[in-house]
Design a protein around this ligand. Structure first.
Ligand code: ARG
Length: 265
């Protein structure tokens, strides 16, 4: 009899603690493992994309809209999350700060993975391989390759990998808010060269007779990815799924072609 009572008591204690434990872990589910960022996205029903829309074919303005390859990717991210997409078009060099001060939820801006940036943001998987190219005036006999950039006046978009690349060659760097302004100064002879990513460079050259691209590249290849806050690991995972799908079904390649062509005519 005594033993039966003891067993009963034990069973009861076990049962009660099981219920309590069960409740606790239930209450936590979806809480502790969801990032603050993801919670806010779900609560507000929107996700905020930060970019600098002066970088065709990845992002450019069309009326009051931002279009381009990154705009397509951003739309797919919002769709996957089932929320609205809001875009903030800002200075390129302000993007990381805007992300970490929560003005935006992610960066998609032809944004290159780079060690310095990796310390400040969480990059997703990559979706495009790019390279820094050199634009000069047609008929320039002095600058034929990267080595000739030594000590020259080079125009760049401020805070970009083109800017960092130029630092390898010269101290005479003119920093612009966008590459188009740089190319105007190149045309006017105020700069010797402009260093910028290959696709925007191609667009600039095709739209500006008198400017040409050198065959030799200014640096090693680089990779574009989206970026989120360090804590937003769950958002990074969702974006990686989207990128994997868009790479697999050829969407990214198609958009690159589509936006490069549509801008050329
Ligand atoms: N890929 C270069 C970088 O990450 C340039 C990107 C410029 N992007 C833009 N949307 N303006 O630094």
């Amino acid at each position: 009899m005594k033993i039966t009572k003891r067993i009963l008591a034990l069973v009861l204690i076990l049962a009660v603690s099981f219920v309590i434990y069960g409740c606790q872990s239930d209450g936590d589910a979806g809480g502790s493992d969801m990032s603050e960022t993801m919670k806010r996205i779900k609560d507000t029903g929107k996700i905020i994309w930060g970019t600098n829309a002066e970088f065709p074919p990845f992002e450019l303005r069309s009326g009051d809209k931002v279009i381009g390859v990154d705009a397509e990717i951003a739309a797919k991210v919002a769709e996957k999350l089932g929320v609205e997409l809001e875009v903030v078009d800002m200075e390129f060099k302000g993007l990381i700060n805007a992300l970490n001060s929560k003005q935006i939820d992610f960066i998609a801006a032809g944004f290159t993975i780079e060690p310095d940036r990796e310390e400040q943001v969480l990059f997703t998987d990559t979706y495009f391989r790019a390279v820094q190219t050199i634009i000069v005036q047609e008929g320039n006999t002095e600058i034929k390759g990267a080595a000739d950039l030594e000590g020259k006046t080079i125009g760049v978009q401020s805070g970009t990998t083109g800017d960092f690349t130029a630092e390898e060659y010269t101290e005479d760097i003119v920093r612009f808010n966008n590459a188009l302004e740089a190319s105007i100064d190149l045309k006017n002879g105020r700069l010797d060269a402009v260093i910028i990513d290959n696709l925007p460079a191609q667009m600039i050259v095709s739209e500006n007779p008198g400017l040409v691209l050198l065959d030799e590249k200014a640096a090693e290849d680089e990779e574009y990815a989206l970026a989120v806050r360090k804590e937003a690991v769950d958002l990074q995972k969702v974006i990686n799924e989207v990128i994997a799908e868009l790479k697999a079904d050829g969407s990214i390649e198609n958009w690159v072609e589509e936006y490069s062509l549509s801008l050329q005519d």
